[in-house]
Design a protein around this ligand. Structure first.
Ligand SMILES: O=P(O)(O)OC[C@H]1O[C@](O)(COP(=O)(O)O)[C@@H](O)[C@@H]1O
Ligand SMILES: [Mg+2]
Ligand SMILES: [Mg+2]
Length: 344
């Protein structure tokens, strides 16, 4: 069997139209090896899940590894043609080389609540054109459809890079002995038939009627309106849920809910929803804010949150229909009705 292609060779033959974009992907992959090595050591490398006593721009408590990952990727991006970085862990944008053509939005460490639990965590990135002559934020406050590339790294049983430069979505896995990422799956296509959903069901009572009804319908299984038995998974690291859905299908939901500060959900548009949306659309999937296409949303600020639904296109579209179709019958099943006897 021929050896799978290295990331470098792949980028040379099938990379972006603009080699600057490939350079960013290569630098992100390179720096991720350092973070992977730190994660593999767990507490032997120090107490990575300890709070640093700071909050990030979004009010989340920063963990030691959040800050290490932010510093590592931001420094590494100095070796790529990057003008600006926007990061979950920085209130404002960071200028690297003002004349460079690209801007990168980063979630340096996704799934921070899992750092101490030996569960997969990751890094998410989005590549945009830099807009010279404007303030730092202007390059980022554009709809996600303007992304030139995007991807994520997952630090799991395997360290993998999922990336797109708008020519399909591809998966590379780190060969630790050689320190090289090699092609694991080219042109991923999401399995449409898989009946599996990912949602933090502990928030059920806070969701709106449409989200509850969709999940009720999944729970109703083959006797319900979806006519199929659904399985459930929730890892609380979006990268891990996303990877699973990419390779075997399903749907991910983090909707807005009634908790204070959660009206727009938890996930951030620029460095979580947009890159995931591009990766999934390039793999024949879809991503919405429950109704609207994520990639068409014009951001108002760097750390804006958005409800997020992504995965197999038919399932994502169905969730949108539950929100938009006024004829949708919430009362059709007495057992699962929120207007029925069980929930007056
Ligand atoms: O703890 P909850 O509310 O289930 O939220 C889990 C979600 O939050 C996140 O951890 C947010 O990302 P960060 O860890 O980068 O803040 C996602 O990875 C995950 O899907
Ligand atoms: Mg995150
Ligand atoms: Mg994060």
């Amino acid at each position: 069997m021929p050896e799978p292609m290295t990331l470098q060779a792949f980028l040379e033959t099938s990379g972006a139209d603009d080699p600057a974009v490939d350079q960013v992907v290569a630098v992100m992959a390179g720096a991720s090896r350092e973070i992977a090595a730190t994660i593999q050591l767990g507490t032997l490398a120090g107490r990575m899940g300890d709070a640093r006593g700071n909050q990030n721009a979004d009010g989340d408590e920063q963990k030691a590894l959040d800050v290490i990952a932010h510093d590592t990727f931001t420094e590494a991006l100095r070796r790529a043609p990057v003008a600006l970085v926007a990061s979950e862990e920085s209130d404002s944008t960071v200028t690297l080389d003002a004349d460079a053509p690209l801007a990168v939005a980063l979630d340096p460490l996704d799934g921070s609540s899992n750092i101490d639990t030996n569960v997969s965590i990751g890094t998410i990135f989005s590549i945009l054109p830099a807009r010279p002559g404007t303030d730092g934020e202007a390059s980022f406050l554009v709809p996600g459809r303007e992304q030139l590339g995007a991807g994520f790294i997952i630090y799991g049983p395997q360290v993998s890079l999922v990336m797109t430069v708008r020519k399909g979505t591809h998966i590379f896995t780190l060969d630790p002995a050689r320190g090289e990422f090699r092609l694991a799956q080219q042109d991923v296509r999401i399995h449409p038939a898989r009946t599996e959903y990912a949602i933090n069901a502990s928030n059920y009572r806070h969701w709106d009627e449409c989200v509850r009804t969709y999940i009720d319908d999944c729970l109703a299984g083959e006797d319900g309106p979806l006519g199929a038995n659904f399985n459930m998974r929730w890892i609380a690291s979006m990268v891990a849920d996303a990877y699973r859905i990419l390779v075997r299908g399903g749907i991910f939901l983090y909707p807005g809910d009634q908790r204070r500060g959660y009206q727009q959900g938890r996930l951030r548009l620029l460095y979580e929803a947009n890159p995931m949306a591009l990766v999934f659309e390039e793999a024949a999937g879809a991503a919405t804010d429950t109704v609207n296409r994520i990639l068409d949303i014009k951001p108002r600020n760097l750390h804006q949150r958005t409800p997020l639904v992504f995965g197999s296109a038919d399932k994502v579209e169905r969730v949108a229909r539950y929100h938009t179709d006024p004829s949708h019958d919430f009362t059709r099943s007495p057992l699962f009705s929120h207007r029925g006897l069980l929930r007056v």
